[in-house]
Unconditional design. Structure first.
Length: 349
């Protein structure tokens, strides 16, 4: 029996936010399911942060409505929306200990001292900071401060959690660790979570669905796998990872019934194979496309080797996993590139 879809807990209904004549968000309609982890992704100026601020209640829509559990909150102030918020700079009170930072939102809700103490110890255990309750924020690492910020957002048990560039201030290793922590906490608490980020890897790792925004509007919304493997537009293909656009005389392919007018062929760099021109062709050669090019640059990045290969007037990126005994190519060497026709996607220009 097919599992029914969860009900929408948050709805943007034709929301527009104007700053003078400029629409930071334009006619935004979006439904977020209960318990879902949804990430809003986009470049600077795409409207992703404005969308989060509208939901948080820090700015009011110029047009349209925002519903939470079916009720309009467009005119409800932020402090009455019962949402936990984690900011990029954590926004911890520097003059209060970790324990007092966590107690603060409970005090504001009138929770009794004994219950506050119990809930603080419980949440400290959940975020693996049991021994850090008496420390000041300045005595914590960036990852520890981020966990305190998450704990403070969760301690009052709000139904909705908002994350504003939550890992932007951390280095790469800490970001990867905290991605695991956020995923664990989301699974454990089951909160409907809206995350805003410009980090594509973060979005792919954390999300049930991703909204890609451009110029205040939704460009595409789908699961991480579907967005990466089947982008609908050239913008999404280039923004979410790297994309090789196969257009022009350098890539004269057989006519393909799947290609519609106004689209262009695209293949991901990891789907492209590189070999010496005279190397034996791979199996199922009739299902592959190939071109001859010249290596422009090669970058070694631990488990991955990245080539930039010039094919006529175009540049093709190849990403291959490093393996022992693998042939490598230097700048200036001629190579053959090939890919399966089934790996080609057609995206709107």
């Amino acid at each position: 029996m097919e599992k029914p879809l969860a009900l929408s807990q948050i709805e943007f209904c034709n929301v527009t936010k104007l700053y003078g004549p400029v629409a930071a968000v334009k006619d935004l309609s979006l439904a977020v399911r209960q318990g879902e982890f949804l990430t809003i992704l986009g470049p600077s100026g795409s409207g992703k942060t404005t969308a989060l601020m509208l939901l948080a209640g820090f700015v009011a829509p110029s047009k349209g409505d925002i519903l939470i559990s079916g009720k309009s909150v467009a005119a409800v102030p932020s402090y009455r929306r019962d949402q936990g918020i984690v900011f990029q700079n954590y926004a911890l009170f520097p003059h209060l200990t970790v324990r007092r930072n966590l107690e603060f939102p409970l005090e504001m809700r009138g929770v009794k001292a004994a219950d506050r103490a119990r809930r603080v110890e419980h949440i400290l255990e959940r975020v693996h900071l049991t021994d850090f309750g008496n420390r000041m924020p300045s005595q914590l690492s960036g990852g520890q401060q981020q966990r305190v910020a998450l704990a403070r957002a969760l301690i009052a048990d709000p139904p909705i959690l908002l994350l504003d560039e939550p890992l932007g201030a951390l280095d790469r290793n800490l970001r990867e660790q905290m991605q695991g922590e956020i995923k664990r906490l989301h699974k454990e608490f089951g909160k409907t979570t809206i995350c805003v980020t410009h980090d594509q890897e973060e979005a792919l790792t954390l999300s049930d669905r991703i909204v890609v925004m451009r110029a205040g509007q939704i460009e595409q919304i789908d699961t991480p796998e579907a967005l990466y493997d089947r982008p609908s537009t050239r913008f999404v293909a280039n923004f979410l990872g790297e994309a090789n656009i196969l257009e022009g005389d350098d890539f004269k392919n057989e006519a393909n019934a799947a290609q519609l007018s106004g689209t262009v062929a695209m293949v991901r760099p990891e789907r492209v194979c590189i070999a010496a021109p005279a190397a034996p062709k791979r199996a199922e050669a009739d299902k592959r496309q190939s071109v001859i090019g010249k290596v422009d640059d090669m970058t070694y990045a631990g488990p991955v080797r990245k080539y930039q290969v010039r094919v006529g007037h175009s540049m093709v990126i190849v990403r291959e996993h490093v393996a022992s005994g693998q042939q490598t190519f230097k700048s200036g060497e001629e190579v053959r590139l090939e890919w399966l026709r089934s790996d080609v996607r057609y995206v709107a220009v």
